[in-house]
Design a protein around this ligand. Sequence first.
Ligand SMILES: *[C@@H]1O[C@H](CO)[C@@H](O)[C@H](O)[C@H]1NC(C)=O
Ligand SMILES: *[C@@H]1O[C@H](CO)[C@@H](O)[C@H](O)[C@H]1NC(C)=O
Ligand SMILES: *[C@@H]1O[C@H](CO)[C@@H](O)[C@H](O)[C@H]1NC(C)=O
Length: 468
Amino acid sequence: MTKGSRRLVLGFLLLPLLCAAILSSNISHRHLWKLQLSYRSNNHISIGRSDSANAEDVEFTRLLLRRLVRGKARRELSQNGISCISDPESDLCVTTDAVRISTATSSSPATVYLTAGQQLPPGFNSVLRPYPRKTDSFAMQRTTPVHLVAAHSNPPPCDLTHPFPAILFSIGGFAGNFFHDINDVLIPLFLTAGHLHSRAQLLVADFEPWWTQKYRRVLFHLSSAADIAVASSPSNPVEPKVHCFPAAVVGLKYHGNLLCNSSDAPGGVSTLDFRRFLHTALGLKEDRAAGAERPVLVLISRRTSRALLNEDGLVALAREVGFEVEVAAPARMTSVGEFAGVVNRCGVLMGVHGAGLTNMVFLPAGAVVVQVVPWGLDWAAAAYYARPARRMGLHYVEYHTAVEESTLYDKYPKDHPVLLDPWSINRQGYDVSRPIYTNGQNLTLDLARFRETLLQALELLPRPTRPW
Ligand SMILES: *[C@@H]1O[C@H](CO)[C@@H](O)[C@H](O)[C@H]1NC(C)=O
Ligand SMILES: *[C@@H]1O[C@H](CO)[C@@H](O)[C@H](O)[C@H]1NC(C)=O
Ligand SMILES: *[C@@H]1O[C@H](CO)[C@@H](O)[C@H](O)[C@H]1NC(C)=O
């Protein structure tokens, strides 16, 4: 074999390997970066023009969209231009071909017309609720369904043609609760669109202007489009429009509580990547917890349920132990950017189990989360905050309240299962346990015992670096 032909053979051998590497879910960042560089010169995909740079750009975006599905679904997507998957908490349709999406009106739902001949997979229900809590009937009631229509003989004409794929999702469910904003919307959105390098047009169902305003900086870090489009809005009239897209994702990927699972599609995206993304979007500067003479402890103060009845004593104790204490009442957290900055500069974020602890996403690496676990809420405390904190590269310390520290202790007879056997209550379902453990108790902490927890948190922080 001559040198030349050997090179040729080698090339043929390597080509499929390269394609396989690109198509496999685990594309390294360097790889993506290289691909992106070669396509960067043309950031605008305009449909209808057919010069080769645009065609390549569309192809690149398709390649990235395919990462959202795997195995049989990936093959389906390559062959049919559409694939729909049903994950435990979310339904998701990805199409790499053109769609037209009409906004909801008082008489018709938001509708996705598949206009490039894509066929809905057999057995797939053509109605999809694009909020990743499908096992929660309450959340689903608050999520307006989106209809998918294949092979329509006369789809409506385009009012607006967008250059990027649509990412259609709802903020209906539980949006407005900070845990759910992050867990049900922003993390899933990052999993679904983060790898598209801002080539995404966000299209929001159950739109609320205050919500998109609140998270504006985060949303526009995912999309280089000029605006966020509206698919439906229960509280505000929306001008009926038909939006046209070169491709679309309807619904969001969801991996678990505050989780980006790097082994799951789109592949290679970890919870730490989300934290990095969020910090960049909000301009947070602190990467690692710094050593300080008096580290700042932010106390999330709850006022109506799971309130600390001796909060003042606890604050005094934390100061005595060596912390600078900032008490964050709920009103303090309305501006995401501002409160994120406060948390980002602190060493310890402390609070009773509840949505406010989700602010841990703004902590620098090596900071400490202290969770006070109310009576009967061990399971929730572990699933929602303990495991996520560790995955985010944070230290985690827990204070388990004794039954005597809960107001439940005075409310129930001493031999009642609410006090003796919380699991027997939790087992009966959230409707039973919620009014008791989640909404029905306040706490008075044993300060002598709590001092140990504070010392433990202090111990975990880096030592101050002295100038001499
Ligand atoms: C992806 O690649 C990284 C680094 O090469 C590796 O550590 C990781 O296990 C891979 N993940 C999968 C799902 O193959
Ligand atoms: C992450 O995904 C993999 C593959 O789907 C799965 O086996 C693993 O249990 C997941 N990890 C978590 C923490 O959910
Ligand atoms: C908990 O404390 C708050 C504020 O003091 C109060 O409004 C609420 O009724 C209390 N709840 C219980 C169950 O004691």
